[in-house]
Design a protein around this ligand. Structure first.
Ligand SMILES: *C1O[C@H](CO)[C@@H](O)[C@H](O)[C@H]1NC(C)=O
Ligand SMILES: *[C@@H]1O[C@H](CO)[C@@H](O)[C@H](O)[C@H]1NC(C)=O
Length: 463
């Protein structure tokens, strides 16, 4: 591959990574740009919503005169066809990729296209009318076809949750089919540079493992583990709602409807079982909460060992007050829980003259021993009705510099005080609050009323 080609691909990757599109992500292993691991988040309002769909994009030396080869990875191990154009075997049919003979001109590949336009095209397949993607059905607007589209969407919705959400999280959290989680034997929280003894212990634990072959395997490239977890916490209320809404429409054990274009192993077969999905959703939340608690325990151990890592986090903590002052952000105080540099407690005092006026909110910021590779988990301990805060208290915020914890603190306050947020369904973590905020004038008023009330309640609770 020529340097020029490598340069172009690198530039495209960087541009996507630095962009603010929350629905796509790209990563490659050790700067090998020939294979890009892409993630597309299913568009809100479709049966694919908030699902994690993975693809590999393989570039050839002929790029960009020829398009790269794209393979779908979220296929339930080659058993599930998520779309007429995304096959169980991984093939993605798109005119842009030369794997599909579209009728509309101007959809073919040219060197002006690139990685981002490919990802957008794939994303547009994940629509509300996937049935119409199939040739011969694209003008299918009759009652019969609408009915088929509905039946198709019903099973896609179920399988998106099962395969593109729950299974991904279970894999990332090492949850077994029976719901158990094996002992952490490879938790790499040790500070290698300063703590040889602890590493030895970790190694002994590893060699005690029942599955010694696991030790010799090269680590899997899993760039999105933390992203899955964070987004899962953001979108939890949506997942819960989907299960609540559709479990009554599809009895456990009822069969999926086969589509006329499905066959020859290239299908989406199965049965509805929303009860099972609901249980798995609950289990994932428990394991995630345990993991967050473990961060605090591991963090404290690092501090006791006077590890370099813990000292760095402590220093980041100490820098916060000055930074906030510089940023003209006065209404937040910050302390450590039990002197643990990995658990920050923010107290936010509602800004005078806003709907938050008078409120006192306690927010926990749990920091991973693997920060910044794993990003903090920020949770409201005081209840609040706010469009950026989920029912369980997860905050949706956007730090400008992911590696700087002070920047996280600032971004949290910014999110809370945001006056007229742009409407972006991918940032909606509290569907109920967002429906009001982005609703009619009366609904908007009701949103602000409830927000004010939740601020007032905080002092009543204290007093
Ligand atoms: C928050 O702002 C108010 C009014 O400006 C001020 O009285 C209060 O001391 C501030 N709180 C903190 C924690 O800085
Ligand atoms: C639903 O899934 C659970 C767990 O896999 C299983 O035990 C149960 O039998 C399933 N229910 C039906 C009706 O298939």
């Amino acid at each position: 591959m020529s340097n020029q080609t490598i340069l172009r691909i690198s530039r495209e990757i960087t541009s996507i990574q630095q962009g603010s599109d929350l629905s796509i992500a790209v990563a490659c292993q050790e700067k090998d740009v020939r294979t890009v691991h892409a993630l597309i988040i299913g568009p809100p309002g479709t049966p694919y919503q908030y699902g994690f769909f993975d693809f590999t994009v393989d570039f050839t030396p002929e790029y960009p005169s020829k398009p790269p080869k794209v393979n779908a990875k979220t296929t339930n191990g080659g058993r599930t066809r998520f779309n007429p154009n995304i096959y169980a075997g991984g093939k993605v049919c798109l005119s842009l990729l030369g794997t599909w003979h579209g009728e509309k001109p101007g959809e073919e590949w040219s060197s002006a296209q690139g990685l981002e336009s490919i990802l957008w095209s794939i994303q547009s397949l994940l629509s509300n009318t996937p049935y119409e993607n199939e040739p011969g059905y694209e003008h299918a607007k009759g009652k019969e076809d609408q009915k088929m589209n509905e039946l198709y969407c019903a099973k896609i919705r179920h399988e998106t949750l099962r395969i593109a959400v729950l299974a991904k999280l279970e894999d990332a959290l090492n949850i077994q089919p029976d719901g158990s989680v094996p002992d952490r034997s490879d938790a790499n929280t040790e500070d290698k540079s300063t703590d040889a003894e602890a590493n030895e212990e970790a190694f002994e634990e590893l060699t005690d493992d029942d599955e010694p072959e696991r030790v010799t395997l090269p680590p899997r490239f899993e760039p999105y583990k933390d992203l899955y977890k964070r987004r899962f916490m953001w979108y939890l209320d949506h997942y819960t709602k989907t299960i609540a809404t559709y479990s009554s429409q599809h009895k456990d054990g009822s069969d999926f409807c086969k589509m006329p274009f499905e066959g020859g192993g290239n299908t989406m077969d199965g049965k509805f079982n929303y009860s099972a999905l609901g249980k798995r959703l609950v289990r994932i939340q428990e394991v995630l909460a345990d993991e967050t608690k473990q961060w605090a325990i591991d963090g404290m151990a690092l501090k006791r060992r006077e590890s370099h890592k813990a000292a760095t986090i402590q220093r980041q903590f100490e820098q916060v007050p000055d930074y906030l002052k510089r940023m003209d952000c006065h209404n937040v105080s910050i302390e450590l829980e039990n002197d643990n540099p990995y658990v920050w407690i923010l107290t936010y005092f509602g800004k005078p003259g806003t709907n938050l006026d008078g409120g006192i909110f306690k927010i926990q910021m749990a920091i991973s021993p693997r920060f910044p590779e794993e990003q903090p988990r920020v949770t409201f301990e005081t209840s609040i009705f706010h469009h950026r805060v989920s029912k369980k208290g997860t905050v949706c915020y956007f730090p400008k510099v992911m590696e700087e914890l002070r920047n996280h603190v600032y971004a949290i306050v910014e999110s809370l005080e945001e006056d007229c947020p742009p409407y972006d369904p991918r940032t909606i973590v509290n569907p109920e609050a967002a429906a009001l905020l982005f609703g009619s004038a009366d609904e908007k008023k009701s949103y602000f009323r409830q927000l004010r009330r939740s601020a007032q309640r905080t002092t009543e609770e204290v007093g």
